[in-house]
Design a protein around this ligand. Structure first.
Ligand code: FIX
Ligand code: ZN
Length: 418
């Protein structure tokens, strides 16, 4: 075992390991190329990402109403965002810098400021090959999608057995069931489950377990997931508690599938903004801990949207062996918060957490979301390894690579296999 004796070699080895280690992207909104327009990619999709749509209305003159923006076609929307957020206001936000990182990584010089030249380049890419190229540039071994079994636009592709590359794995997204059971009954009926009463009777709960088990058998998901709002508490007298207790958690335990809970999203606070209209709030981590304790045979993954909840979540991750903490989600996926949260999690959890997920909605974003994360993680990790070195510990390169892989997906895979 070649032990590293000096601090500068140690820091260099850490940085090389962070750059070289394949990451598993455990939460994205990407789709197989065979699912057609569901898979977003290319310049105009990058520029009309909902993070940038939100920023647009903070920069554009008030004459630009939401209605006027949505009346534009995708190309016109992209050009407006380019003008407002890159030319008239400098690209200093994370989402804007992400576009620049992607262009540079693809060999398209952002300083040229030439949308049409870049569009021409993208038009020459074949999506199946481009997918592989993006995964290589982002240094990802595989990614996990978000697959909603109650969304007709998605369901049709799975029912028609459209091909899916092995590097795209599934996750069953069940927000609609947990939060809008009544509104889910029509789609359940269309899938042949018409005997679902409006009430969550024992018969209905059994039917819902059968329906969900059918989707597990069809999609072979790595986990089931739901995003819940700041108002979520557990337990309570509502349907979400009943569905967690009598459908989701028992089935998850039976199939050894984790339940991923993404806490703190305040949905559609500005409906006119579409996907950009969500905000965030504090979550009740005590409810998460009660759920984990109530279902000790079920494994839970969790991430939170509010920066202020991150410490309490990390402490919860120290207490519960069936809880695994992951990612710097959405409004926490910014360099300053990734740095703060990763440092805190290393200090509280060691390597027992998953450092990041991209949440990419546009394929090309994988490049910047992972490049930016690796840049920040390398600094924080080098600091922590140097602290241990200064305290007298000595590392081998193999141990460092082992640790980094754990943080980039290895700990997640160990948790799945538990
Ligand atoms: O609930 C989620 O999976 C969120 O990540 C999305 O709804 C959100 O729009 C997003 O893509 C954030 O990055
Ligand atoms: Zn997401």
């Amino acid at each position: 075992m070649n032990i590293i004796d000096d601090a500068s070699t140690l820091a260099q080895t850490v940085r090389q390991a962070v750059a070289a280690t394949k990451a598993t992207d455990i939460h994205t909104h990407l789709f197989p190329p065979s699912h057609g327009s569901l898979l977003l990619w290319g310049l105009d999709e990058l520029l009309t990402y909902h993070y940038l749509v939100a920023e647009l209305f903070g920069a554009a003159p008030s004459e630009l109403t939401h209605e006027k923006f949505w009346a534009l076609d995708k190309k016109q929307q992209a050009e407006l965002i380019w003008r407002q957020l890159f030319l008239d206001h400098s690209p200093l936000s994370e989402a804007r810098q992400g576009v620049l990182t992607v262009l540079t990584a693809l060999g398209l010089d952002p300083a040229r400021r030439d949308l049409n030249a870049w569009r021409a380049w993208f038009s020459r890419q074949k999506v199946e090959d481009y997918l592989d190229r993006v995964l290589e540039l982002a240094n990802i071994d595989y990614l996990i999608m978000t697959n909603n079994p109650l969304l007709e636009a998605e369901v049709q592709h799975w029912l028609n057995n459209r091909p899916c590359p092995k590097r795209l794995r599934t996750a069953l997204r069940i927000d609609s069931l947990l939060l809008n059971f009544a509104g889910s009954r029509a789609q359940l009926s269309r899938q042949g489950f018409s005997s679902v009463d409006a009430e969550l009777t024992a018969k209905t709960l059994e039917t819902l377990r059968r329906w969900l088990a059918g989707w597990i058998d069809r999609l072979h998901p790595l986990y089931m997931a739901a995003s819940l709002g700041p108002d979520w508490t557990y337990p309570n007298a509502g349907e979400t508690t009943q569905l967690l207790d009598h459908v989701v958690c028992p089935l998850a335990a039976e199939r050894n599938l984790p339940v991923a809970l993404m806490l703190g999203v305040r949905k559609a606070v500005i409906p006119a903004l579409g996907d950009a209209g969500d905000a965030e709030g504090r979550s009740d981590i005590a409810s998460l801990m009660r759920l984990c304790a109530q279902h000790p045979q079920t494994k839970f993954l969790a991430t939170v949207l509010d920066r202020a909840d991150q410490h309490e979540l990390a402490v919860a991750g120290r207490k519960l062996r069936n809880l695994h903490i992951f990612g710097c989600w959405w409004f926490c996926n910014t360099p300053s918060i990734i740095e703060e949260v990763t440092r805190m999690r290393l200090e509280l959890l060691g390597t027992n957490f998953t450092l990041q997920h991209s949440d990419a909605r546009v394929l090309d974003q994988l490049i910047y979301k992972w490049l930016h994360t690796r840049r920040i993680a390398a600094d924080v990790l080098a600091e922590k390894y140097l602290d241990a070195h200064a305290a007298g510990w000595r590392f081998s390169a193999a141990e460092i690579h082992r640790d980094i892989r754990r943080l980039f997906g290895g700990a997640f895979e160990e948790f799945l296999a538990k």
